[in-house]
Design a protein around this ligand. Structure first.
Ligand SMILES: NC(=O)c1ccc[n+]([C@@H]2O[C@H](COP(=O)([O-])OP(=O)(O)OC[C@H]3O[C@@H](n4cnc5c(N)ncnc54)[C@H](O)[C@@H]3O)[C@@H](O)[C@H]2O)c1
Length: 308
């Protein structure tokens, strides 16, 4: 089933995962609006798609504002006559532990990821509703948003917020036939290349070799292209009954994430007052873990010690 005749916007698609998503959507037949803050990479992305026989234009503007969201939808309609698919992928990191994180670090990350997703989705959905289009919205989360991660207060807030919005939008947009899903990717990109834990995988990719199985299978860590198939699938008619889901992809692995559920309920006549809880906190034996659990790397895949 092809995406021929469909039109997509992919934010932050000048490089990394967004570029792979845009190229795959174009390979499957969709015309694509590329978006990035970096004009150079945006132009190269358009060129890579048109050189392969696809259709693409670029909008160079920072997502976050309503103006950019409007410009993106307008570019889709003016250049290709319609809009069917929105992928909100643009992102930045400003990692610091909380005492070092400034207001600016917090606001920037929230603005690009959370507000950028909100404003683009609101604009796309208004267009879908007005034109009776059973559109596809794919928002990008992160394992950090699902589980928390040291040094990523701003990013965790934004990414868990995005999945929270997806759950809400899946309810609000269902009657219009629009689906909204979150993809939780993991891949070697500029964002992850500097993490020492992934160094051997990134080096293998840069040499043009396949990444070791430990990364692709045990960690679910691979290339940007590994995630792109899922994006195109969720954008297709075949995924019409997939709504409100959070689906992880990376390397050889695909994962279905649960949404938070109450896992234990305890009742006390008259309620749980301070004194009762002091005496009997019922969940002490069932406290939940936080953070991702990274297994130790096999010796041959350990990063080289940093030069002194
Ligand atoms: N790489 C991973 O393993 C990983 C894991 C989880 C989530 N993600 C998410 O996937 C998305 C893409 O990440 P990536 O690793 O490809 O990053 P990347 O840094 O390689 O690419 C992000 C792109 O977004 C652009 N951008 C930044 N701010 C923008 C803005 N305001 N408006 C438009 N474009 C903007 C950048 O110029 C860049 O080209 C992000 O949302 C990221 O949080 C990535």
């Amino acid at each position: 089933m092809s995406l021929e005749g469909k039109v997509a916007i992919v934010t932050g698609s000048g490089r990394g995962l967004g570029l792979s998503y845009a190229q795959e959507l174009a390979r499957q037949g969709a015309a694509v609006v590329i978006n990035d803050v970096d004009a150079g990479v945006a132009a190269e992305a358009v060129e890579s798609i048109t050189a392969a026989g696809g259709q693409a234009v670029a909008v160079v503007a920072p997502v976050g504002s309503t103006e950019t969201a409007m410009a993106l939808v307008a570019a889709a309609v003016e250049n290709f006559g319609r809009l069917d698919i929105l992928v909100t992928n643009a992102g930045v990191l400003r990692d610091k532990s909380i005492l070092k994180m400034t207001d600016e670090d917090f606001d920037l990350v929230i603005n690009v990821h959370l507000r950028g997703t909100f404003t683009c989705v609101r604009e796309a959905y208004a267009y879908f509703k007005e034109n009776g289009i059973a559109g596809r919205i794919i928002a990008i989360g992160s394992p950090t948003g699902q589980r928390g991660n040291f040094g990523q207060t701003n990013y965790a807030a934004a990414k868990s917020g995005i999945v929270g919005m997806v759950r809400t939008w899946a309810l609000e947009m269902k009657r219009a036939g629009v689906t909204v899903n979150a993809v939780i990717p993991v891949a070697a990109t500029a964002m992850t290349k500097t993490v020492p834990y992934f160094a051997k995988a990134v080096e293998a990719e840069e040499r043009g070799e396949a990444m070791p199985d430990f990364f692709r299978k045990t960690l679910g860590f691979g290339t940007s292209d590994d995630v792109a198939g899922l994006i195109a699938f969720l954008a297709s008619d075949a995924a019409g009954n997939v709504n409100g889901q959070a689906i992880g992809a990376g390397g050889d692995r695909l994962q279905l994430w649960s949404h938070p559920e109450a896992i234990e309920s305890e009742f006390n006549d008259g309620g749980w007052d301070y004194a009762t809880l002091q005496e009997r906190f019922p969940f002490a034996g069932n406290l939940q873990s936080v953070g991702e659990n990274f297994p130790e790397l096999p010796a041959e895949l350990q990063p080289e010690p940093a030069a002194k």
